[in-house]
Design a protein around this ligand. Structure first.
Ligand code: UD1
Length: 419
């Protein structure tokens, strides 16, 4: 397993272009199973999660090629409705194949993803929604076995706007008979991108980005060519890297409106933010201000996937901030590592609320990465710290960032990846 070695204290400055979004490409790669034809997807990030989904597609019988950042999938000959357990266990979000494989074959066998680094992460809303479309689902021996002679459109009210459940239901409904209405749907930009992708493939979907999504089932889909939206979490991570080092950064190939929940919080810390059509510029203040209350929430709230990085930033602000994680109960594993680096963070008894009192300087230390965004936060802390930081367990970071060390080096960081 690799590690990142960082010599802190360099002020980052420069320009970076942002690649395609992990959380958009994964559901699209599940959606292609529904298409008995060819799908070409551009701007796919070369990260381990993408490679894992390609393995699943191949196991299902699809023909897949990745050249550069373009993936071409021919799903015509797909013939296997069993999603291999070893892949589902490694990547929880592969549960997204439940809806698409069921939609294509009328049956699916997929392993229960189990717990993971962010807590229990149940899938009850996925199962409830797909049952409402008429599937018979049995959970036995750690597997989910679903079948439906014909899925039928239904009205589904989600108890919580779960991203994965919304996507799974959308996928199962694309080829179902009649109309499906999902209310209290997730509104994340990746859901809108997925709707655009499905429509480009011949599906009839509308409403994504709002509370209610309507899917009118169609009989067939057709060949498609599509470009994935930019990754707003990667963009937010890099902006925060510039902010924590007192630097400045211009990002190109981004959607400023997707980034607004993040940039508005960075502005509260005193960063100057300027946006243009597909660009965002950030200039850090001399001294970062705390945020009275940073609360994670489904989109358009502040994204949970940026909470650890902002917590690292606030550890160096002048004053006290309150950070409240409301989406994932176990998304706080970075706290003990930040404390090793000299941060002053107290996690309250509820396990979700942290009091972060900024310190003048973080100190370099050996720290362990325990999840994807927590790992990114430790790298950012290392950039700002005095002395050397070693972040071990790079495997988590590689799930969501393409050569993060290379990008940070381009803008002036002293960081290298050691195998
Ligand atoms: C997706 C993103 C992840 C992001 C999260 C929230 C992908 C591949 N991953 O994850 O990066 O952090 O959205 O923005 O797109 N829940 C239930 N029952 C369910 C489903 C979810 O209780 O059936 C709960 C979860 O335990 C969690 C919350 O709902 O507490 C949010 O989960 P969800 O929106 O489903 O996130 P994911 O789709 O897993």
């Amino acid at each position: 397993m690799g590690e990142y070695h960082i010599k802190g204290g360099q002020r980052l400055s420069g320009q970076l272009s942002i690649y395609g979004a992990k959380n958009a490409v994964l559901p699209m790669l599940a959606a292609v199973v529904l298409n008995k034809g060819i799908s070409v997807i551009h701007n796919c990030p070369r990260i381990s999660d993408t490679f894992m989904v390609i393995k699943i597609l191949k196991a299902i019988g699809a023909d897949v090629k990745m050249e550069g950042t373009t993936i071409t999938i021919d799903s015509t000959g797909a013939d296997n409705y069993e999603v291999p357990e070893k892949y589902v266990r490694e990547m929880r979000s592969s549960i997204i194949f439940l809806g698409s494989v069921l939609g294509r074959f009328g049956q699916v066998k997929i392993s229960y993803p189990g717990g993971c680094e962010l807590g229990a992460r149940p899938i009850d809303l996925h199962l409830k929604g797909i049952r409402q479309l008429g599937a018979n689902i049995v959970e036995e021996g750690g597997f989910i076995v679903a079948e439906a002679a014909k899925l039928k459109g239904a009205r589904i009210d989600l108890d919580f706007p779960s991203v994965g459940a919304t996507e799974n239901i959308m996928l199962a409904a694309v080829l179902a008979e009649g109309r499906t209405i999902i209310s209290n749907a997730a509104k994340e930009p990746e859901i809108v991108d997925m709707q655009n992708f499905l429509c480009a493939m011949g599906a009839k979907v509308s409403g994504a980005g709002k509370d209610t999504i309507v899917i009118d089932g169609v009989k067939n889909l057709h060949d498609v060519e599509y470009t994935v939206m930019p990754d707003r979490i990667v963009a937010g991570t890099y902006l925060t890297a510039a902010a924590i080092t007192g630097g400045e950064l211009l990002l190109t190939n981004v959607s400023p409106s997707h980034l607004h929940p993040i940039t508005s919080k960075l502005a509260e810390t005193g960063c100057e933010i300027k946006t243009e059509k597909t660009r965002v510029y950030l200039k850090a203040p001399k001294e970062l201000k705390p945020i009275e209350r940073l609360r994670t929430h489904p989109h358009p709230g502040f994204p949970t996937d940026m909470q650890p990085q902002l917590m690292a930033l606030l550890s160096t602000a002048k004053g006290m901030s309150i950070v409240e994680e409301t989406v994932f109960e176990s998304r706080n594993k970075h706290i003990s590592e930040l404390i090793r680096m000299g941060a002053n963070i107290v996690l309250l008894q509820d396990g979700m609320t942290s009091v972060v009192t900024g310190v003048k300087k973080l100190q370099g230390a050996n720290v362990i990465c325990r999840d994807l965004r927590g790992g990114a936060a430790l790298i950012l802390a290392g950039l700002a710290a005095e002395g050397k930081t070693v972040v071990t367990n790079s495997v988590f970071v590689e799930r969501g960032y393409v050569d993060i060390e290379e990008d940070l080096r381009i803008i002036g960081a002293d960081i290298c990846y050691v195998k």
